[in-house]
Design a protein around this ligand. Structure first.
Ligand code: BDP
Length: 579
């Protein structure tokens, strides 16, 4: 799948704007033919991109979990005549079925990743009705295990009940949270591009296009030609390797030539040349050890929820620079491509995470593994050309319910999944984020290239006892270092309510959060096997309602509206000279 772009051969219309939404409280829309569209009287306005929740809280949909039908009308320009016309959704949370003029036309793939819809109703010169049935429930056997009231009751885990029902600690926003596009591409055009670029200036690119098509690749002053479906290699002399200190990007032009050698399609991409490798206890970028300092984040903001927010993206990258952070994990799902554009440009190293949170091994079936594999494939296909992406994270905190099944069922599961990811991309290290309940001998560690751990000593365990917390961290670092791999602290932190202060160690104060983070950072830096750490979280974010949360998860070092807490200044100072 190629990202929508406009050039002499391709065109794109942004369908962002106010759509209409109809909530399907009784799941009757499919039977009731709601795909044909609804009378505006029974609908609400909703902004796309944007989550429906806060937008329509007053209408009663803040915590709504279920299906909702979003619709808009679009006039297909006559200039699209003679080209392939499609819809492209950058994502749908968490899944969607799409109807064009009342006819089912296709559905989403893995959550948080783009999908395209073909329909013979998309004809130049016509006005068509697009209806997307979006559902923010998760299936029980997906790579992020769903949960419902029945499970809460059956498990007798009354205290774990979240509203809306989720097994994870962030809000299950529903809606079309990223743009939707109408695209026109040449018939028989380029359908996909995979590329690898290394620090020595070599680039290998494979373009998918009709068999036998000739493909030309041009980059800097170098050109190469080959056939669709086959690797085409070239070498840029005196390349400037990409790194946080010098995020040098190169424009790559990929063209398909017709039988006469005339250009019939063109794709513009940007990439950077760099190598990344886990060796011994080190992470090497272009052969040099690198320390990861940064944050776990979320796509989250007031009102728009998870809706793409470009001003906030600009601000966030400014704040990453301001704190001297060099890396981010896309906890806990693939972020927008706009986010990754910034990361590539600004030299921010990204651990790119698949949407698999708290996978419950009591519920794992063959279908789970198949979906998990598909999510890894789609993520690597979307982001594989990005120099900023230095590692794939295949899961966050699987086995977090301490279910005994984790011990005996997860080994073969990880072997298959990590093996699959490695086959697809042997150039990047693989990891996952371990939770204490899954053990220091987490079966996933055996497959991972980087051993990542999430640890909340000083918060959930040993609260208000920083010295003990650090000792517990050290013990775990020592234990997992025995795997002989680089060790990474993927999450640590404490909630702090901005404006809450104390002279003694008190949970929820800015001082306690700052002191805990500083103490952890000292240990992370001192530990010989440790390649760095990510503070949880960059900013306060909304989560489902739970008695442990005051509306938001307050572990941000910035508030939800990006005001610094004390910890932000402390990190800025600590990270100033860390390379
Ligand atoms: C970790 C999870 C993260 C949570 C965090 C917390 O990976 O999603 O938000 O705990 O409790 O276990 O704040």
């Amino acid at each position: 799948m190629i990202r929508p772009q406009r050039n002499a051969f391709r065109d794109v219309i942004d369908l962002s704007g106010i759509w209409r939404i109809r909530f399907d409280l009784n799941d009757e829309g499919e039977a009731g033919d709601w795909g044909a569209g609804s009378d505006p009287a029974g609908t609400h306005p909703v902004a796309v991109p944007g989550s429906w929740n806060e937008q329509l809280a007053e209408a009663g949909f803040m915590d709504y979990q279920g299906a909702a039908w979003l619709q808009t009308d679009v006039s297909v320009p006559t200039s699209f005549e003679g080209r392939g016309i499609r819809l492209r959704f950058d994502s749908a949370d968490f899944s969607a079925r799409v109807f064009v003029d009342g006819v089912f036309a296709g559905e989403s793939g893995p959550a948080f990743l783009p999908f395209e819809i073909d329909s013979d109703r998309l004809v130049a010169g016509r006005t068509v009705r697009i209806v997307a049935r979006v559902d923010n429930r998760l299936s029980l056997d997906g790579p992020t295990s769903g949960v419902g009231m029945e499970q809460y009751v059956a498990e007798g885990r009354v205290r774990d009940e979240y509203r809306p029902a989720v097994r994870f600690d962030f809000f299950p926003y529903g809606g079309l949270n990223r743009p939707v596009w109408l695209t026109a591409t040449p018939m028989g055009g380029i359908e996909a591009v995979r590329l690898r670029a290394s620090a020595d200036g070599t680039l290998t690119l494979t373009a998918e296009a009709p068999p036998g098509s000739r493909i030309r690749v041009a980059l800097a002053d170098v050109e190469a030609e080959g056939l669709a479906g086959e690797p085409i290699s070239l070498r840029v002399p005196d390349v400037r390797p990409w790194s946080p200190a010098d995020p040098a990007l190169y424009d790559v032009v990929v063209e398909r030539l017709d039988a006469l050698g005339i250009v019939a399609d063109r794709i513009d991409l940007r990439t950077g040349f760099r190598d990344v490798e886990a060796r011994g206890h080190a992470l090497l970028l272009n052969g040099e050890p690198v320390t990861l300092k940064g944050f776990g984040k979320h796509e989250d903001g007031p009102i728009r929820g998870r809706g793409l927010d470009l001003p906030q993206l600009v601000k966030d990258f400014g704040l990453l620079d301001w704190t001297h952070a060099n890396s981010v994990r896309t906890s806990h799902y693939p972020y927008s491509e706009d986010f990754l554009d910034f990361a590539d440009e600004r030299g921010i190293l990204v651990i790119d995470e698949v949407f698999s949170v708290n996978l419950d091994f009591r519920q794992v079936t063959e279908a789970t593994l198949a979906q998990h594999r598909a999510a890894v494939e789609a993520l690597i296909a979307r982001d594989g050309h990005r120099p900023s992406v230095i590692a794939w994270s295949l899961a966050n905190e699987p086995g977090y319910l301490a279910e005994p099944e984790y011990r005996w069922r997860s080994g073969p599961y990880w072997k298959d999944l990590f093996g699959h990811a490695r086959d697809l991309d042997p150039t990047r290290p693989l990891t996952h984020a371990n939770v204490g309940y899954a053990g220091l001998d987490d079966p996933a560690f055996e497959q991972a290239d980087i051993v990542s751990i999430n640890r909340y000593f000083g918060w959930y365990q040993a609260p208000a006892q920083i010295e003990r917390a650090v000792a517990l961290l050290r013990a775990d670092l020592d234990a997992v270092a025995a795997h002989g791999k680089p060790v990474f602290v993927a999450e640590f932190g404490a909630d702090a309510l901005a404006g809450q202060h104390s002279t003694s160690p008190q949970l929820f104060t800015e001082e306690y959060q700052a002191d805990l983070i500083a103490a952890f950072w000292a240990e992370i830096q001192a530990h010989p096997a440790c390649i760095g750490g990510h503070v949880w979280n960059f900013a306060d974010f909304r989560t489902a309602q739970h008695s442990r949360r005051v509306v938001l998860n307050l572990k941000g070092v910035f508030t939800r509206d990006r005001q610094p807490k004390r910890a932000a200044f402390v990190l800025r100072d600590l990270w100033k000279d860390t390379r």
